[in-house]
Write a protein that binds this ligand. Structure first.
Ligand SMILES: [Zn+2]
Length: 375
């Protein structure tokens, strides 16, 4: 993959390397393949699920503290004052398991997640979902930077209810909600890409409670295929089946039709089958995604940019700077973005206009030209 944003080389290699590592680790750690449903070898975190047959509580205090961006209308003056650049780069952070004991380099502990979210809040980032990003609905205050938080594979450490029916404190959702309470304006939203056993729950009713709680509270719960196969190895028909089966499961559990898909292992289907990764049908179930996400390894283009490739959107693995992560995980890239503020997406606070420095005018997608405020 060409590095579209003129970012450091090695990123394409990193993407492939990461995919291979992820493939290995995923199968080894979760036993997640087509032959077995066993999830083995590790105890789920101690959390109590919401009572069966009852809607979970917790919609009160946990409602997303969305600080409305206000109905400002961007002008050249306001855009300049905010240093707005809505053609800048957006980090899409990729998390796998959130667990107290790390089994692989892809795992993060609740403490590591908290630390990263606090850094994002301090540095002026505001979370948006992957669906909001790909459809260009970026409604955050002037001067803020969007970040997309994505969690793959629906593991028990991503979401569970505590005894009171609220998201458990040491799950991804619990940590995010707590950080948002401490940092007003940091929207507690994220995208969970799940497979056939959402959050490790076997009971369909428990699955439905989890999915509906997330959706009602502004989170995105979307398609990561049913059995998590490497789509490169499947026929067009099997790809359609994997995606459509998961679409059925998601809608039965209370999620809306998926707007986005994360490719298992970040692996694109063979070229002749690639269209089926975003649009297709199987036995009467249709799907049509606005965005498809890879597994590595650089910041993503603005959805308004001519560089935006909606069906191969890069993500950044959350991790430190050691070993293989020296150049392409989150600690490196968040540092790079803060050292290159003119390359980063900065909002004008007005979701209806696209504010950019004049010199970037040639980089906007043609059909959006009418919405531009250039300064
Ligand atoms: Zn996955």
């Amino acid at each position: 993959m060409r590095s579209r944003a003129g970012l450091p080389r090695g990123v394409a290699i990193a993407n492939v390397a990461l995919m291979i590592i992820a493939l290995f680790v995923f199968q080894r750690v979760t036993g997640h393949d087509d032959r077995t449903e066993v999830r083995p070898g590790h105890a789920p975190q101690k959390t109590v699920q919401g009572p069966r047959g009852q809607q979970p509580r917790g919609n009160g205090a946990e409602d997303p503290a969305v600080a409305p961006a206000g109905h400002v209308t961007a002008t050249k003056e306001s855009a300049r004052a905010a240093k707005a650049n809505e053609l800048g780069l957006v980090p899409v952070l990729m998390y796998h398991r959130i667990t107290a004991k790390r089994w692989s380099s892809l795992d993060r502990t609740p403490g590591q997640l908290r630390k990263e979210l606090e850094r994002l809040a301090r540095e002026g980032y505001v979370p948006i979902t992957a669906a909001e990003y790909v459809t260009g609905r970026i409604d955050i205050p002037a001067g803020a930077h969007p970040v997309v938080l994505t969690f793959d594979d629906g593991s028990p450490g991503h979401f569970a209810f505590d005894a009171a029916g609220r998201p458990a404190g040491r799950t991804a959702a619990g940590v995010l909600l707590d950080v948002a309470r401490r940092h007003p304006g940091f929207r507690p939203v994220a995208t969970f890409w799940i497979n056939r056993e959402p959050f490790g729950l076997k009971d369909p009713i428990a699955q439905e409670h989890a999915v509906t709680w997330l959706v009602r509270n502004g989170f995105e719960v979307a398609n990561h295929t049913y059995r998590h196969p490497d789509l490169r190895r499947l026929s067009r028909k099997r790809i359609g089946e994997e995606i459509a089966r998961q679409e059925r499961l998601l809608t039965r559990r209370g999620a809306p039709p998926s707007v986005t898909l994360a490719l298992p292992y970040g692996s694109l289907p063979k070229r002749k089958n690639q269209r089926v990764a975003h649009r297709g049908s199987w036995k009467g179930t249709r799907y049509d995604f606005s965005g498809v996400f890879l597994a590595g390894a650089e910041p993503a283009a603005s959805p308004y940019s001519t560089d935006f490739a909606p069906y191969r959107i890069p993500r950044i693995q959350s991790n430190g700077k050691g070993g293989e992560c020296r150049r392409w995980c989150s600690t490196y890239w968040l540092g790079w973005l803060s050292a290159h503020p003119s390359r980063r997406y900065t909002s004008d606070g007005d979701p209806d206009h696209i504010s950019i420095p004049k010199k970037l005018q040639g980089n906007i997608r043609e059909k959006l030209a009418k919405r531009v405020v250039a300064y």
